[in-house]
Design a protein. Structure first.
Length: 616
């Protein structure tokens, strides 16, 4: 027995070689290093990296080393890079007492003869946001996380963690499009479930297993993490603002000029319950959140996507991408990384939610980057004179420009415009017949855990964005982000407001008129500063949040499509009492709206946010 135990321990040690560094794990999108890499690409110090993020730590270290050795950076910038390389590269110091552990937050057990070690640690984040006006209240987000992470031989890394949250949510302090819920599954309380509580608990989980082959030209990852694919600050298909989802990824560098990325996974759920049912959260959950609960089966979907990226002459990079949201099922066609999803979706019945697009970026090294993207979920008419007017041409666009800013270290300025078309991210419900349920349907909206998987805007909206970031000195950073968002109510202005194609074929949707139906204008400003301490694993930050909003009356439906009507009357009704089956509210769907009323006086919101991260 002792011999068997010894052999088992030896095998475990052999497969945990160099485990202290966890070198192939992804670096979270929120880390400051991404801004530094983008600024370095803008300066022409390093070649542009593929645009499917996050990157593994090994790729980050490799590029930071190139930046450090460049003669295009200042002495101050070199200190910033050396600090980051130290953060990502060095193993924890030996723990000899409680003070050492508290200073590092991680314990590493090493077996020098085998070159193996295993890191066990803790980390925490505390964040508090309070309105300047007492009536608007506060929000508090707090998480403590324990983890085990490391490397397996020289080709894989893993992370197993458990995060416990205590949160008090208040969506009214933030731009509704920007607001996101951090907990997994739901919120709950440990006692007195029928009473209101100040804080509710939730889970925070980000497991990951990553493989690294062929000197980094082939990467495999199985993880529940945030992803950001594309050229912009948040993107149309897969946005960094979206919630994490469990997915298996493949990234292959077939040639210096050709990169391929693929992900397939299971979209998650979040149960909206009475624990969050407060006046401060009412608007968000009524208009910006979509979920059928933990045990519901209406939103029960998978997701697959891939992206091909080409490096062309003249500092041009071109990307082609597509994705599909489909009912949870074992669909081999969507699991094949090299299937063309658009064709497969058509072959399989044409009832899944497809998205396809292209993007480009062009660099003038040392000065600027120009980028743009366009994506569609439905195209019906290619007549140039009507291309942007046809309701069934569901086309969204984004464009922007980055400038190198000669202030501080690795600083840049971004201007970006994003337009989300009516009905983008939406999909008609798919009915399931003869399943023992009465008129059962499932939804294929572009939603993960109740929130948009793509760009953080509602359909039929646009946004002007200005963003700046500055690395000042000794771990001090500053940033400013301003957003002006508009929302139109002509039709297709929310993710559950889908197009009825039979009504479109009869010309019952008028040509697009974005500005003629505006009903909501919002301006948001965030000014922030952060500081990473030199001798302690602590980061501090503070933000000022300003929000201005003005509205007209909510769009009102004036015509509906009657799904149960016979062909003689065309299916359109102008009064809900005319429905063929008034007892079934789902038998009709709005197809025409009007927006009335004058613009309200602007409402203003001011808030201050402070936070601290420990051992991260």
């Amino acid at each position: 027995m002792k011999k068997a135990t010894s052999v088992l321990i030896l095998l475990l040690l052999l497969i945990t070689q160099n485990i202290f560094s966890a070198q192939y794990l992804s670096v979270p999108l929120s880390h400051q290093v991404y801004g530094i890499i983008e600024a370095s690409e803008l300066k022409g110090i390093i070649d542009p990296l593929p645009l499917a993020k996050p990157y593994p730590k090994s790729e980050i270290i490799k590029n930071l080393t190139i930046i450090k050795d460049s003669d295009k950076i200042t002495a101050e910038e070199k200190l910033v890079i050396e600090s980051l390389i130290k953060e990502f590269s060095l193993p924890p110091e030996k723990i000899e007492n409680l003070y050492d552990f508290l200073r590092q937050g991680v314990y590493t057990a090493e077996v020098e003869t085998l070159g193996s070690s295993l890191s066990v640690g803790i980390e925490g984040e505390l964040e508090f946001t309070s309105s300047f006006q007492r009536t608007e209240g506060y929000e508090s987000r707090n998480v403590g996380r324990a983890y085990i992470r490391g490397d397996i031989l020289d080709f894989a890394s893993f992370n197993m963690d458990f995060g416990f949250r205590l949160d008090h949510l208040n969506a009214s302090l933030f731009l509704p499009n920007d607001y996101s819920i951090p907990s997994e599954g739901n919120y709950d309380t440990l006692y007195d479930h029928g009473d209101d509580h100040i804080f509710y608990y939730g889970l925070d989980l980000h497991p990951e297993l990553s493989f690294y082959f062929l000197d980094g030209n082939l990467l495999l990852r199985w993880a529940s993490i945030k992803r950001d694919w594309g050229v912009g600050e948040n993107n149309l298909m897969l946005s960094g603002s979206a919630r994490s989802f469990e997915g298996i990824e493949l990234s292959a560098q077939f040639a210096p000029w050709l990169t391929f990325d693929f992900v397939t996974g299971s979209l998650g759920k979040f149960e909206y319950n009475s624990n969050m049912d407060s006046p401060a959260n009412k608007e968000f959950f009524e208009n910006y959140f979509f979920s059928d609960g933990q045990q519901g089966t209406t939103l029960d979907n998978n997701f697959s996507a891939h992206r091909v990226e080409l490096a062309l002459p003249g500092n041009i990079r071109l990307g082609i991408y597509e994705s599909v949201v489909y009912r949870k099922r074992f669909e081999i066609a969507y699991l094949n990384p090299f299937s063309i999803l658009m064709f497969q979706q058509r072959i399989l019945g044409d009832f899944d939610n497809m998205l396809a697009g292209i993007d480009f970026q062009w660099r003038l090294p040392g000065i600027l980057r120009l980028y743009g993207t366009a994506a569609t979920t439905e195209m019906n008419e290619i007549n140039p004179s009507r291309f942007f007017k046809v309701p069934r041409n569901i086309l969204s666009m984004q464009g922007g420009i980055d400038f190198n800013v000669p202030i501080g270290s690795f600083s840049k300025f971004t201007f970006q415009y994003t337009y989300i078309s009516p009905f983008f991210y939406t999909h008609y419900p798919v009915n399931i017949e003869d399943d023992g349920l009465d008129d059962y349907a499932y939804e294929l909206m572009y939603v993960n855990k109740g929130e948009n998987l793509g760009y953080p805007l509602r359909p039929n909206s646009d946004e002007f964005l200005i963003s700046t970031q500055f690395n000042l000195t000794k771990g001090l950073r500053a940033n400013l982000t301003a957003k002006y968002q508009r929302r139109s109510g002509q039709y297709g202005f929310n993710i559950d407001n889908y197009m009825v194609y039979r009504a479109a074929s009869q010309g019952l949707y008028e040509d697009k008129d974005f500005t003629g139906f505006l009903f909501e204008k919002t301006f948001g400003l965030t000014i922030g500063i952060s500081k990473t301490l030199d001798k302690y694993p602590v980061s501090l930050y503070a933000n000022y949040l300003y929000k201005l909003s003005t509205k007209r009356n909510q769009p009102t439906a004036i015509a509906w499509w009657d799904f149960k009507a016979n062909a003689q009357n065309g299916g359109v009704i102008y009064n809900t009492n005319e429905a063929t089956d008034p007892s079934d509210p789902d038998s009709i769907h709005p197809i025409q709206y009007e927006v009335t009323g004058s613009w309200s006086s602007p409402t203003h919101s001011h808030a201050i946010q402070i936070g601290v991260s420990i051992w991260r």
